[in-house]
Design a protein around this ligand. Sequence first.
Ligand SMILES: Nc1nc2c(ncn2[C@@H]2O[C@H](COP(=O)(O)OP(=O)(O)OP(=O)(O)O)[C@@H](O)[C@H]2O)c(=O)[nH]1
Ligand SMILES: [Mg+2]
Length: 540
Amino acid sequence: MNNLTRRRTAPAFVVSPELSKTITRLSFEIRRQIGLLIDRQGWITHVMVGNHQAIEIPNLEKYRSGGGRLKGLRCVHTHLQHEPLTQDDLMDLALLRLDLMAAITMDKDGRPDYIHAAHLLPEGINGENWQILESLLPWDPDIDCQALIRSLESEFARKAPSQKVKRKWERALLVSVTMASRRAATDFMLELRELAESCNITVVDTVIQYKKKVDPRFLMGEGKLSELVILALQRGADLLIFDQELNPSQVRSITDLTDMRVIDRTQLILDIFAQRARSREGKIQVELAQLKYLLPRLVGKGTAMSRLTGGIGGRGPGETKLEIDRRRVRNRIGQLERLLQEIQKQRGQRRARRNKKGLPVVSIIGYTNAGKSTLLNTLTKSSVLVESRLFATLDPTSKRKKFPKDVEVIITDTVGFIRQLPEELVTAFRATLEELEDADLLLNVIDISNPRFADQIQSVERILESLNLHRIPTLRVLNKQDRVDPVTVKKLTRNLDAVAISANDERTLTPLLDKMELYIRRVKRLKTSAGPAKPLAAAS
Ligand SMILES: Nc1nc2c(ncn2[C@@H]2O[C@H](COP(=O)(O)OP(=O)(O)OP(=O)(O)O)[C@@H](O)[C@H]2O)c(=O)[nH]1
Ligand SMILES: [Mg+2]
């Protein structure tokens, strides 16, 4: 066997005639399949011995290819029966992104008779992602194997052209395996795309699979997963982002099978937060959330793990690399929790001072990207960061605003909400969110130009309830009315008992200001009268 690895196949051959003769003979004698992995120079890198009808290819992580590239290895193996390439062979071709997959069949005396080979296609033809070549004769292969691989490789590179344009952006395939309705699933996918783009990831394609029952191991069947890998290869992606939360063992199995980096929506959101955190408190909260997410996933040192912490999904606040040793992670979590407690104490003192001054507090809340910071800016003539991306704001900002007749309030802008806010984030940001308890009035900003606004209202209200904030009087503020036709705006205003505005246009704010003032006057009256403030009736 050792002798085999020292042999070289002329690069033009799939496998040299002598080699094919040797391995079929050996294979015939021991009644087991024998396989070779051959690199582009024609050197044998691996020799595998299988059983009667299958062969296992070893871990090829070392040979990982970049986005959109083939592995640089071809697999040649024997078939004892007289059958050409099997479905399993084609699946290995796809999952491992091999240069070529070939099976040598033999005659009744153990002499090679045909070589059956297939390669992947840069673009599917009639739904097939691979091409099976015509059978070759072992002693007279009429293809130039190296030239074929070279042209395939350049074809794959050509089909993924934007890779060069946005080199810094990672390229991802979005995947959802869902029991939701078509409409809901498409909406969720749109949001996942926005999240990915907010994280500077280029989305090359999206795949939704509707299933009645989700496979506990891979979420989907292995066949479907291999199709994903081919699609990723064709589009030059090396990252799979799942809309569903993946448990640690699912991440591991999918990573191992696809040889791609795999992350889920939670990790993506954590990553965005890590990129955006500016204040010391924000950074601590994000790191804490990330480490809590990471801890149960830190078992062994498999490939899934090293990928979990490399690049997207592994960004620490301020681009520091996340620590991946379990014991150190636990220590760090303890340390961060103590730091947060310290900060919270100071925060409590600040709140007490503010309460003493007795200024009413109006907090702007709402789904991410609804226009909360824009509203704060217009209301208080300030200039906090406004961006058309999800989670532009992480750190709360407070500004004072004077209404006519000397009514003064504090207005705060906070981190946006999102559907299925990851548990780790809610816990880590609890202190920031708890500050909302001090609010005398909540402005719930709703982007009515977003087709998903009804679901967003529901998500926000659910989160308010879980934070026990639903008792605070709330004004629904329908924002971006300039993007919606006036009749619809009017109808929504009535149905939702809301005020419509364009946060970026001061002239549209008058009805909102009037309502706010009304509330604030009531609060002031309550605050100045003796005894603790009674809750106001919630705005219905
Ligand atoms: N057309 C229109 N665009 C608006 C309006 N208000 C805000 N925007 C835009 O909506 C985008 C998001 O605004 P932000 O104020 O950053 O939203 P946010 O709610 O603070 O978002 P996060 O902090 O990311 O949760 C920006 O591109 C704004 O310019 C509006 O009334 N009309
Ligand atoms: Mg904001």
